[in-house]
Design a protein around this ligand. Structure first.
Ligand code: EPZ
Length: 420
């Protein structure tokens, strides 16, 4: 495969309007959910992402017929004739793990291997497997693969998650919708993407209540029928473009956003000194023309706290804000891989385990850097917009997993950025 790079020439003030793409972290579990629904599911607002392509290939292997027309995806899951996710697809993206619950729900058995994904420290899947075992799933290891069977069918269970894991909550829901009896998830993840998944499943005939709170109850139904659904706007991509506006002292209107999902993000931008207004049902205006300062301390938490996925992006912005910003990362044990790359651009970031201390510098200078993971890669794009000179970012396949044509979007509002 040809190795592509993103090249950014910094120093341009961004101005204009950006329609925000649909959420990757909603789309992937939704695509897994389509495997449970007999008939043709139609999903709107689906961004072109390499992770979505991988999910399509998994559905294809299961026997579903998938097609795309612009941002509309259709999945015909009338026939599901295989229960195996090939190893290369499991390695390609971490969220392939949510196919486990869906395949078990549809086929009663599944063969898979441990998933890959971003390098954010150890990413165990014990909450997924322990919960599924409580629902009657038998898991046996076989030469690097896991064979899952359900000798007595899947049944409802009371599950208390040790941590409100997004992926485990989604997997349990997918396995539970067509299980025998009711499942209760205590300490469930409250993220908007979990709510989007349950909204879709309820349209297909599922009986799920409580999503968005810490207890979710799923009454098993006999079967699900395909339906039509629009993927929610991507709150992390929204925050990314807000960081791009702020770091260039620009002015942007972001459309197709969901204000409620950004309640922990807006106050940080206001603290920094940006003017942020929401209007209409889906628009955000951000103006960063006044002098900006560090927001002080930023702590990541599960929803509705400040999202871990926005931490790298905000770190890029704070690298050039006067004052000291202290980040405390509470979700992943190793989510500062971007700090070293930002330092190559002239940032002053000191990482000590879960804490990163950013001393704002007057200017960053362009250099050759490598995207360490998805959001870390996007953080380098944000920083590159403010660098003196040219920043060349390699390993951009990470960025393409979650951002649809990021260079075209930013060029449309005045950035000097291209892919070579
Ligand atoms: C989802 O990952 C997102 N991915 C991540 O976004 C996001 O950072 C994360 O949730 C937290 O919000 C998708 O939705 C596809 P978790 P997920 O299970 O589900 C530990 C991005 O940039 N844990 O909530 O994998 C785990 O190690 C990506 O778009 C266990 O110990 O996250 C972590 O410390 C990156 N055992 C914490 O829980 C388990 O079985 C939260 O993980 C599962 C998780």
């Amino acid at each position: 495969m040809v190795k592509q790079k993103i090249i950014v020439e910094g120093g341009r003030r961004l101005q204009g309007e950006i329609p925000v793409q649909g959420a990757k972290n909603s789309l992937l579990p939704l695509l897994a959910a389509t495997a449970l629904c007999k008939g043709k599911t139609v999903l709107h607002n689906c961004p072109r992402l390499t992770d979505a392509d991988a999910a399509f290939r998994i559905l294809d292997c299961l026997g579903c017929k998938c097609s795309r027309e612009s941002s509309v995806l259709t999945v015909d899951a009338e026939q599901v004739c295989d229960n195996q996710v090939p190893d290369d697809l499991m390695q390609e993206m971490r969220s392939s793990i949510v196919f486990l619950g869906a395949i078990l729900g549809r086929c009663g058995s599944c063969r898979w291997s441990t998933p890959g994904g971003c390098e954010l420290g150890p990413r165990p899947i014990n909450y997924h497997t322990d919960s599924l075992k409580k629902m009657g799933v038998v898991i046996e290891e076989d030469g690097g693969f896991m064979n899952c069977t359900t000798p007595k069918g899947i049944h409802g269970a009371k599950i208390s998650l040790p941590f409100p894991s997004v992926g485990a909550t989604e997997n349990i829901i997918l396995a539970a919708v067509t299980a025998k009896g009711a499942t209760e998830i205590h300490n469930a993840a409250k993220e908007p993407e979990v709510v989007d998944l349950t909204d879709f499943l309820n349209k297909c005939g599922a009986k799920i209540s409580g999503a968005g709170g810490s207890t979710i109850v799923i009454e098993g139904v006999k079967e699900l029928r395909a339906s039509e659904h629009t993927v929610i706007p991507d709150r992390i991509v929204t925050a990314t473009y807000m960081c791009c506006a702020a770091i260039t002292r620009g002015e942007l209107v972001l459309t197709n956003t969901k204000h409620d999902d950004l309640s922990a993000v807006f106050p940080i931008f206001e603290k920094i000194g940006c003017s942020v207004y929401t209007y209409g049902s889906d628009k955000i205006y951000i103006n960063a023309r006044k002098s900006l300062v560090s927001p002080g301390k930023v702590t990541t938490h599960v929803h509705p706290g400040f999202p871990t996925d926005s931490q790298p992006l905000l770190m890029a912005l704070t690298a050039v804000l006067p004052g000291t910003t202290i980040f405390e990362e509470n979700i992943f044990s190793c989510r500062y891989n971007h700090a070293g790359e930002l330092n190559r651009l002239g940032a002053k970031i000191d990482v000590r385990e879960r804490i990163a201390v950013v001393e704002g510098v007057k200017r960053l200078s362009g250099a050759n850097v490598k995207a360490p993971d998805l959001r870390g890669g996007a953080a380098l794009v944000v920083a590159g917009l403010a660098c003196e000179g040219v920043t060349k970012i390699s390993r951009i396949s990470h960025i393409d997993r979650g951002y649809e044509a990021i260079e075209d979007v930013l060029r449309s509002v005045g950035a000097s950025i291209k892919r070579v």
